[in-house]
Design a protein around this ligand. Sequence first.
Ligand SMILES: C[S@@+](CC[C@H](N)C(=O)[O-])C[C@H]1O[C@@H](n2cnc3c(N)ncnc32)[C@H](O)[C@@H]1O
Length: 188
Amino acid sequence: MGYYDDVSNVERYLQMAEGYDGRNLVERLEAYLPLGSSVLELGMGPGKDLDLLREKFTVTGSDTSKVFIERYLKKHPTSDVLLLDALTLKTDRQFDAIYSNKVMHHLRLEQMKVSFQRQQQVLHPNGIALHSFWYGHRIEDLDGLLFYQVTETELEAMVANKFEILEMKRYTEIEENDSLYGIFRCLK
Ligand SMILES: C[S@@+](CC[C@H](N)C(=O)[O-])C[C@H]1O[C@@H](n2cnc3c(N)ncnc32)[C@H](O)[C@@H]1O
């Protein structure tokens, strides 16, 4: 059972994440993606970013946690939502863009690389990926949930020969420059 398959962990996350969303990231995505494009969100959690993305794009939410998915579907029963692991992305569908906000860091660095390979297949030609991470060199453990921080150099290596880097910048979520996002264009 994953960390977010436990309802009490989901409740704890919801309290912790109060007041945070990916509005600035969604705005950056708009710079590269025509309105109405199809966007798959990985690790949608409570769906705050999914709701922001929906204002501009045709969205599909996804997560590995049934608790988050069922919670969202209760509020939005007709939404397009998939049970999907960011590592394997087991779907036949294709999208114009893939978005995630603080999700990929739950994968080990070599798994992130595998995920980027799979994302290349799931994206339409010239598709866009936007992902945010915690910036740094540490691996942190929150009750068994691992957080692999990344640097620009590691991210560059992961996407090499698969994606062109359109933007890569540090930003502040809680502490000064504690986060890093990248926007990538598929090379296929
Ligand atoms: C920090 S929350 C972020 C949620 C959402 N992006 C937000 O900003 O509110 C991390 C989310 O990633 C999901 N997650 C963790 N590992 C995952 C994986 N391998 N594949 C897909 N989702 C995953 C968790 O279930 C959780 O919903």
